[in-house]
Design a protein around this ligand. Sequence first.
Ligand code: DGT
Ligand code: CA
Ligand code: CA
Ligand code: ZN
Length: 611
Amino acid sequence: MENAEIARLFRELADLLEIEGANPFRVRAYRTAARTAETHPDSLVELAKQHPDQLTELPGIGEDLAAKIVEIVATGRLGLLEETTHRLPKGLTALMRLPGLGPKRVRQLHDQLGVRTPRELSAAVASGRVAALHGFGPRTEARLRAALAEHREENRRFPLSVASQYGEALLEWLRQVPGIAEVEIAGSLRRRKDTVGDLDILVTARAPAPVISHFAEYPEVEEILAQGPTRAAIRLRAGLQVDLRVLEKESFGAGLYYFTGSKAHNIAVRGLARSRGFKVNEYGVWRGETRVAGRSEREVATALGLPLIPPELREDRGELQAALAGRLPKLLELKDLRGDLQSHTTGSDGRDTLAAMAEAASALGHEYLAVTDHTPALRVTRGLDREGFRRQRRAIERINAKAGGLTLLAGAEVDILADGSLDLDDDTLWGLDLVVVSLHTALSLPRQEQTRRVVQALRHPAVDILGHPTARLLGERAGVQLDMDEIYQVAADRGVILEVNAQPDRLDLDDLASQAAIRHGVRLAVSTDAHAVQELGFLRWGVDQARRGWATRENVVNTLPLPALMQLLHRARASGGARKNTSPPGGMQRAGKPRPHGRRTRSRQGDSPPR
Ligand code: DGT
Ligand code: CA
Ligand code: CA
Ligand code: ZN
């Protein structure tokens, strides 16, 4: 049982209880528990089995929830969820995911029209019964029609982090088969794509039959979709589909290459092979009837005169040309990162204290951690105001004075207000080591207006980083409407860094946007946006997407040692101030040499004469 599966059960329960109109605090408690389970770095099953008493030390987990985790681990089920699905059909939770449908409306659709699933909703929309419901009307109906077309359950995709958990657990399961040798996940998951449609597992074994039957007996199988002598397909209870293929040893590399894809990359490789007199398929590289390669991916690539292209790049976005020219980028690696440039504490909506975050970042070997709590405009969370940031800076300095390796940077994640101004006074902004600005509200502005708003924020010379630039949430909402080319241009001009937010449900910028930003000369920061100590481990998800965006170490600022990073931020701010800017005259510029890190006091507005 994976942490993601535990999370799924809690989330489903929360959705159903919310539809039933249960106490909102109770609903929220299950959602928090889901998030805790999902982001916990180690197996909750192990914890629940070995140290059940320690479960209550997890964020948001009290006695009751700890008991429920133990129950899930022991029985694979959650009794309360089953009782609830007795009263309310499970399909309702899928309805909750449709934009425009909250718990009240889902309840209404269920009670008044008997709608229980997206399919039934489609039928009800088509017959005009939905538009006739009180409070629905033609506009809602049109939105639902579009959403239903787009969000058909069968083409639902899973965030990479979730698919990975299910995949890893399945690999463990398959490794138990005697005589099994290679076990790999291919497909989009191996390419580290941000979302995954289905899992493609490849194995080699002494005999295929025991592998196939063991696979079909996986405890989380909901349905066996296909079962043959060397392949099978299942659907897990979570809805994720898994294809399994047992390959011959001689063709494992060719099969791995083929089923890793992408399809577009494969087509390009086949074209190249043909031009060199070879044929390539999932069984090998062939010259006539003779297999000249197939055992390993490297053997396949070498036969074709290619270096081994990292799976993340196999999208037919120029990787073949780069490989042939000997110009494949040396991609960013997790170990290149020296610190993290966005995190939250109990100062705003984080779950852990400044000291706990510092300790955890230090344990990860970070050289620095920027603490970037929210500002007041974001009313759903508590934010820090001017005085709050001042107090936090003092606390940071106390910790920095003690700490060994790690330096905390005093930062903020400042809300970009609807008119493009920032939710913090200039004085306070200049007093910070690092200013991240982000969109959290007014996300549906039209493209032109949204672009103008963000550009104005980026032109504020105290701004260092644009956080989660499009504000998308995987599976929940698309990004805002923005003219990204203009954003890249302005960011490059002003030396503003664009964030690759590593929260598994954000991954924002995504791969294509990262690649485009780099092409425009923009620097990236891979940041976790951690809201708890466990989330500091999210960096790897950001690294995956940056790699898919062709990022090298040089493109990413948090690969720099702290002094070099501070120098870079300082230069960017100084040159930002020297350009034409939208802020009031008389302030903003800073000249002079960079100060030593961690103790920087920025000149206040008006302190330094304008150049
Ligand atoms: P997904 O599952 O939608 O996230 O994306 P993939 O890339 O995992 O796609 P999937 O599962 O349909 O197929 C796995 C790989 O198998 C795919 O990346 C490339 C290969 N493949 C599948 N169908 C074809 C095909 O018709 N032609 C070629 N050349 N390759 C294919
Ligand atoms: Ca797949
Ligand atoms: Ca597949
Ligand atoms: Zn944010």
